[in-house]
Design a protein around this ligand. Structure first.
Ligand SMILES: [Zn+2]
Length: 306
């Protein structure tokens, strides 16, 4: 059993009295280190987000200006800060550099700090950081191209293997996790495809295959408990943002992936606790007493992280 011996989580559970027992100086020192590490990895994520869809090599060519092709100087490679010092312009041609570069870097720094606060400094946190970075790449690539790269999605499956050794998740929890959202998404996608083809003749799905694969592999990595809040957050966000985008652009087709990725990130951070709390609070009391004790045993035998 691995525990979240983290001030933030313990603080929420036990209140201020417990806070003094934690080594808060360590956390104050570690947070900036984790953040700086995150923004450096974020810098590489930018390369992946722009080069992978274009079919360019990730390592062969040095970072270059998207407009004039000038090689970026070493001193201009510092994440976030260089963009601020250059005031968002290329040093050679003066053309604006997209603010998305520092945004992706900063975002990756923030999600690493969130993973650190939620999981502590351990191997599970390392895997969760990789998972979050993969989500950022998937979200931005889907936003740009409306497509997901299978190699990036396969990355989530790859980190599931070491995840077997650092979490208590069983193979069954993982398989149920993969099917819990993956199967409904697959069915909705295929049924909507038939309906849309009959109505308009277009060969499109209401939920694209990339979204289905994303939820299936993430379910295998996270297990079923984080997947329910993850899917709910994702679908809810997509519905709201889809309506807003439609009003702005008049386009009803939009990338679903970014919202699913946001849902998956929050699902990974606190989804398990949320599901357990919900079942214990609202589902269990509705059941017959003998079933109640069974579900309560079942819930307690499951790996509680808190
Ligand atoms: Zn330039």
């Amino acid at each position: 059993m691995y525990t979240k011996q983290i001030p933030l989580v313990c603080l929420l559970q036990t209140g201020w009295e417990e806070w003094q027992f934690y080594d808060w100086q360590f956390f104050l020192l570690a947070i900036p280190v984790v953040f700086i590490y995150g923004i450096c990895i974020g810098s590489f994520l930018n390369v992946v987000i722009y080069r992978l869809p274009a079919g360019e090599s990730l390592i062969k060519r040095a970072s270059h200006c998207m407009t004039c092709g000038a090689k970026i100087r070493i001193r201009d490679l510092i994440p976030i800060f260089s963009w601020v010092f250059l005031r968002g312009k290329c040093h050679s041609c003066g053309e604006p550099i997209s603010p998305r570069y520092p945004i992706v870097e900063g975002l990756n720094g923030l999600v690493y700090v969130a993973c650190f606060l939620a999981f502590g400094l351990n191997w599970n946190m390392v895997l969760m950081c990789i998972f979050s970075s993969l989500l950022i790449v998937i979200a931005f690539m889907d936003w740009d191209t409306m497509e997901m790269d299978l190699r990036v999605l396969a990355g989530i499956l790859v980190i599931s293997i070491p995840s077997f050794f650092v979490t208590d998740l069983t193979i069954w929890e993982r398989l149920i996790g993969a099917a819990s959202i993956g199967v409904p998404f697959l069915l909705i996608g295929e049924i909507s495809r038939i309906v849309i083809r009959k109505k308009t003749g277009d060969d499109i799905r209401g939920i694209e295959q990339g979204d289905t694969i994303l939820m299936a592999v993430s379910g295998f990595y996270l297990g079923w408990k984080p997947m329910i809040p993850a899917a709910l957050i994702g679908i809810f966000l997509a519905a709201i943002c889809g309506l807003i985008l439609k009003r702005i652009t008049g386009e009803s087709k939009f990338a679903f992936g970014p919202y699913l990725c946001i849902g998956l990130f929050f699902g990974a951070i606190f989804g398990e606790e949320l599901t357990i709390w919900y079942i214990a609070r609202y589902i269990t009391p509705l059941l017959e007493p003998e079933v109640q004790s069974y579900t309560s045993d079942l819930l307690h035998s499951l790996p509680l992280r808190l």
